[in-house]
Design a protein around this ligand. Structure first.
Ligand code: 6PG
Length: 476
């Protein structure tokens, strides 16, 4: 019993994490359902702290007690199948961690099931892709706090570091860790969609070449937009194609896939009653992008612009620098609103599920290692330091000032896109959200009147307390 932790599932993410843990001086017992994968890992990545096991019994027998087992397998049924195989072999006090992108309700269920047997369970959100897993991911563990204390030395040592702090913290009970990972992915979808829309604007409304796009994103990455996604975007525009002349980006099919975690966030927001319209718009944009045949047919039927009418409305005068800074400012304010929506969803979950989430700490572990890592997460961390109970990030003094400074660019980008027939669902939803958020008049008085008129659903009055019903003479 000399191994500190068992790692089940040695495909790309699992093996990267196993090697990361091994690098930090912990002895890792690796196991994969297909033995060939284990053999391949041992051959290609031999490591003095990594041992190979070919049965779950042997793996468990090799672990120090209480045993710590990390699952890095495909979310969904495979996780239940492995837990079912493991359960009879485990003892009370053992710790099982699921590092996949599991649905948080599944994690709630698994937590409760294993708790009955005294087995401690952690649903662990892990972000950062292969490179993150290997060199330092952002880690979001939820479930048994006591179990977390026992594995924290491993998880915190392998996590990315931001300002010398590990990007790993106990998130909250049961499925809270996977919930936060789900929202992280929702924000990731919105962030990527905003960047894609900025690209559309620059390319089709501004006439930017790939080299100009690369230079623009590179420049943006030096300022307040500094982030992993902007950095890789700049690099992507520079990539030449191997199979055909020109740049790779122009040979990639315009149809985005998804595995569904962003969609879960969107579905959950409707259940909870929190508006995360930008994340939902980003999910829908991927769905619409998949309708290649219909899009092709419709593009011949519906002209994209009415040039004679819109020419004077387009603020683009040919000054590429000015155009790029307008798009940059719009992107920055759109990003604030997307993160505000994601954090508002977590804020609501914290109250509804009594998870007591520390949103400032969560922002701080997103500062490095994960896909949405960005300089701007320091500002979010600070906003929650100023006010732990901040209901919406937009109301923080720093972000409020930025929104007020940049909202004009956001509006101009949306109007330019609309007049040019360019689809910008994330930008457009950012403006709508902002206007719903700040507007004194949302038209809901009329909706209440309609509801009362057709269904006697009652309404509240502005000048008196209570629920009123009116006999609607005019509609009869
Ligand atoms: C991460 C990512 C990762 C996710 C991919 C793909 O944080 O490392 O969120 O977990 O699986 O980004 O997601 P989609 O296939 O849904 O785009």
């Amino acid at each position: 019993q000399t191994f500190d932790i068992g790692l089940i599932g040695l495909s790309v993410m699992g093996r990267s994490l196993a090697l990361n843990i091994a690098d930090h001086g912990f002895k890792v017992a690796g196991y994969n359902r297909s033995p060939e994968v284990t053999e391949q890992v041992m051959k290609e990545h031999p490591h003095e702290n990594l041992g190979a096991f070919y049965s779950l019994e042997d793996l468990l027998a090799a672990l120090k007690k209480p045993r710590k087992i990390f699952l890095m397998i495909q979310a969904g049924r495979p996780v239940d199948a492995v837990i079912d195989q493991l359960t009879p072999l485990l003892e009370a006090g053992d710790i099982v961690m699921d590092g996949g992108n599991s649905y948080f309700e599944d994690t709630n269920r698994r937590f409760a099931k294993l708790e009955e047997k005294g087995i401690r369970y952690l649903g662990v959100g892990v972000s950062g892709g292969e490179e993150g897993a290997r060199r330092g991911p952002s880690i979001m563990p939820g479930g048994s706090r006591e179990a977390y204390e026992e594995v924290s030395s491993i998880l915190e040592s392998i996590a990315a570091k931001a300002m010398n702090e590990p990007c790993c913290t106990y998130i909250g009970p049961k499925g809270a860790g996977h919930y936060v990972k789900m929202v992280h992915n929702g924000i990731e979808y919105a962030d990527m969609q905003l960047i894609a829309e900025a690209y559309l604007m620059l390319k089709y409304a501004g006439g930017f070449t790939n080299e100009e796009l690369a230079a623009t994103f590179h420049e943006w990455n030096e300022g307040e937009l500094k982030s992993y996604l902007i950095e890789i975007t700049a690099d992507i525009f520079r990539e030449k194609d191997d199979l055909a002349p020109g740049y790779l980006i122009d040979h990639i099919l315009d149809s985005a896939k998804q595995k569904g975690t962003g969609r879960w966030a969107s579905i959950e927001s409707l259940h909870q009653g929190v508006d995360i319209s930008m994340i939902t718009a980003a999910c829908n944009a991927r769905v619409m992008s998949n309708q290649l045949e219909q899009r092709k047919a419709a593009s011949g039927l519906i002209p994209d612009t009415l040039p004679a009418q819109n020419a004077e409305n387009i603020p683009y005068s040919g000054d590429k620098k000015a155009f790029a800074s307008m798009v940059r400012d719009a992107l920055y304010s759109g990003k604030i609103i997307a993160y505000a929506q994601g954090f508002a969803l977590m804020n609501d979950a914290s109250a509804q599920f009594e998870w007591n989430l520390d949103l400032g700490r969560i922002a701080s572990i997103f500062r490095a290692g994960c896909i949405i890592q960005a300089a701007f997460l320091n500002d979010i961390t600070e906003a929650y330091h100023r006010d732990k109970g901040l209901p919406n990030l937009i109301l923080d003094e720093f972000f409020l000032a930025r929104i007020n400074q940049n909202q004009n660019s956001l509006r101009r980008v949306v109007s330019t896109a609309i007049l040019n027939g360019l689809p910008v669902p994330a930008f457009a939803n950012a403006v709508s959200y902002l206007d719903e958020f700040r507007s004194k008049a949302n038209g809901a008085n009329l909706i209440q009147a309609q509801r009362d008129c057709f269904g006697a659903h009652t309404f509240e009055r502005t000048d008196r307390d209570g629920a009123f019903h009116h006999e609607w003479r005019e509609s009869l």
